[in-house]
Design a protein around this ligand. Structure first.
Ligand code: GLY
Length: 400
């Protein structure tokens, strides 16, 4: 049974590998704008379909092809900001009023999370949604939601550890996950808006502590660092969603890359740029990064190549590299652009992009949420869609 499963997986992995590579080779730079526009138009149609499936008060999470199960989440789940965030991007692009209306509908019931002090994920939940809404249409009401969210997130910071606490659950005393770097943008925004430097200082302290404790000599990252909450001493370096404590969980590497790129955007401190460049180097030159640029779920999975990809890690990496390319001169600039373009082209092939009306209404297939828990394996995920659309929009505006 196990051998049969392995053969299936190996065949499937090989098909993904060669189909995507072949489709990538067929494209030329001249058609890039057409490719992006067609991908965004498809995304608008697919998300219009996704919206028709949503029960009131719930958000899309994933879809299981085998059982045809469309899974939703409540607003307090960490991914709740991605659906409205993607809709905002798609509205910016299409000016389709029903897309905008749907984002605003969802944000009506999402806004209560501004007072949630039980998670570090408020950046994902509130900044990717309301932060974007506020750029489109600034209002005191949205700004208050964002400031309250920044206050709730800051309540999880401790000077003893120099970090924001990620989770209140699990085997750890004061766990901090690399993903937490993604929530700092909300704090940088809050200082810019309120002129209160407290948020900025918390973000910078967290980024500095993470730089010291989360990173290995090769610039790969641990997933979870457990701190002693009274002394700040590191108690353990673990994983939760990766293959092992010592492995490089693919999405964690992407979160770290994106997190240091955006920290550089707000601070202009060169050490964050250097860190982002090193992380990019680790990802892009990894011998086990597949030809199409979409990583396996963990760079150190012993089952490579007969294991699952994580399209979400690819999408996050592409969005981050596009921004990073703008902070570097040649040859790095070109290298980052080429890799981002390769990932976008791969994700835009039928290997990863679903047909309209399929895949539960999600845009991309083949992401991996939490393989060790056998949860969300080889499925669509809202955040894969969000960062893919962000990458498309970023590249499109760069082409202009
Ligand atoms: N932030 C949780 C994850 O990346 O799965």
């Amino acid at each position: 049974m196990k051998i049969k499963w392995l053969i299936c997986l190996l065949t499937f992995g090989t098909i993904i590998h060669f189909t995507a590579a072949a489709q990538t080779r067929k494209s030329s730079p001249a058609d890039l704008k057409t490719l992006i526009d067609s991908a965004l138009n498809r995304a608008v149609r697919q998300y219009s379909f996704l919206g028709t499936q949503l029960p009131d008060g719930l958000l899309p999470k994933t879809y299981y092809w085998g059982t045809k199960k469309f899974e939703t989440s409540k607003t307090n789940w960490w991914t709740s900001g991605f659906y409205p965030g993607t809709l905002h991007y798609l509205y910016d692009y299409s000016k389709n009023e029903s897309i905008q209306k749907e984002a605003l509908r969802v944000e009506q019931f999402l806004q209560k999370e501004q007072f949630n002090k039980g998670t570090h994920d408020l950046g994902f939940m509130m900044y990717n949604s309301f932060g974007h809404a506020n750029q489109q249409n600034p209002s005191k009401q949205t700004e208050d939601i964002l400031v309250n969210s920044a206050k709730s997130l800051s309540s999880r910071f401790r000077t003893t550890t120099g970090t924001i606490k990620s989770w209140d659950h699990g085997k750890w005393q004061f766990p901090v996950i690399i993903d937490n770097m993604m929530n700092l943008e909300l704090l940088f925004w809050a200082t810019k808006y309120t002129k209160d430097s407290t948020y900025y200082k918390i973000a910078v302290t967290h980024a500095n502590t993470t730089l010291v404790n989360h990173y290995r000599k090769d610039y790969s990252s641990y997933h979870v660092i457990d701190y002693d909450s009274t002394t700040g001493v590191v108690r353990a370096k673990n994983t939760h969603q990766g293959y092992s404590d010592a492995s490089a969980w693919a999405r964690g590497q992407a979160w770290g890359l994106y997190g240091y790129v955006s920290t550089y955007r707000y601070t202009k401190d060169k050490k964050y740029l250097a860190q982002a460049n090193q992380i990019a180097h680790f990802i892009m030159h990894h011998p086990r990064l597949p030809e199409d640029g979409i990583p396996f779920w963990d760079f150190d999975s012993p089952d490579i190549p007969a294991t699952y990809r994580d399209a979400s890690a690819g999408a996050i990496t592409a969005a981050a590299l596009l921004e990073l390319s703008q902070y570097n001169a040649a040859p790095l600039q070109k290298e980052y652009l080429q890799m981002a373009e390769k990932i976008i082209r791969s994700l835009s092939t039928p290997t990863y992009t679903a047909n309209i009306g399929e895949n539960g209404g999600f845009i991309l297939k083949h992401s991996t949420g939490h393989l060790p828990a056998n949860s969300e394996v080889d499925v669509p995920l809202t955040y894969a869609d969000y960062y893919y659309v962000e990458a498309l929009v970023r590249l499109r505006s760069m082409l202009k």
